[in-house]
Design a protein around this ligand. Sequence first.
Ligand SMILES: [Zn+2]
Length: 368
Amino acid sequence: MRMAGKISVALLVLSFPSNPAIGNSGDRCTKLSALFRETGVTQARAEIAHPELVLEFPEGSPLPSKMVQQAEHVIHEVDEMLGGVLRPPKKLKLILSNRSEKAAALGANPAKGEMPLIYAPFQLESAGRVKHPIFSRAALAHEYGHILIHETFPDWIPGVYRKIERLKRKTLERLKGIGDETSEYNADLVRKRTLMLSADDPRTKELAALKKALDAAEMKYYEVSIYSSAYQELFADTVAVALEGDGKAIYRTLHRTGTKDPIKTKLANARDFTRKYSVSRWRATQKHVYFSPTRAYLWKHYLSNPEFRRQPQEIVRKLYLAIRREFLDLYSTGKLEKISPSDANRRMIEAIERQFAIVDHPQAAFTR
Ligand SMILES: [Zn+2]
């Protein structure tokens, strides 16, 4: 499975009002709290947490508050829909433009000490034409989905994460007395402080060694992020589709009326959750459409199923657990490089099925 790209860049979608399940969050939270206490996986929250948004406007002057609010609402709606099943970041940089052909997300790498960021336009542009702002909703929800799953990476590779935290603490200790006091690690700041030392200061050598160790740990983080990119795309699309309650949400955002580009058309079509795809004959390796058969399976059996569709938080939570287990299984055994898209989809669907099969005994999901 070869996938290029750093963390995740995507464009996306759509329309209907938000999922009806978003409304009665009180009842749902109570039930979920009990469930989470049982599983111990997620921290139940009496109140839904939202990230503190740090706004940036690449075009210079700030966008009108109505435009900004639309973006903020999407982030908040996703948080409400998920009811805290995935922990939002404490801070999120939201770079808002008036119009653009693309939206993008960059998850935070703890070794850098920077906050995650999303770049999103108020209106998506395609071949010089702008789409209605309603189509930017699913695009932003998709990007936020990337951020949310990326924030869970410390649970995927806890050893690497602990090492990074330890190295950051040591680095901050070494920085004491150089410049102003700081309690928050930031790679850029460390670089500037280190430059304030003379070359023969013993701390220069120590800080260089710490940086080298942090760089190595950081690479491990990037590796997981890059190798799991198709899994992240599946997750991010599902967040957007669940929010909009529309299996065509991503497709509508990507679809370009009258386009002559057959590849773009194919890629947009293959992100339509309502289409049929053959698992056994699936050959697509592009990260955005690698899991199209799994998308269709999720839509047919859960996202559009009257039994489950009002519990998008449960669908997303189970998908997340299935992805984490499935990815780590393949990654840790070296099978990820060799597996075919067909087999990867078959395994992914089975992994999701297992999550739903253990709904009455959630703790079983965490024993191997
Ligand atoms: Zn994406």
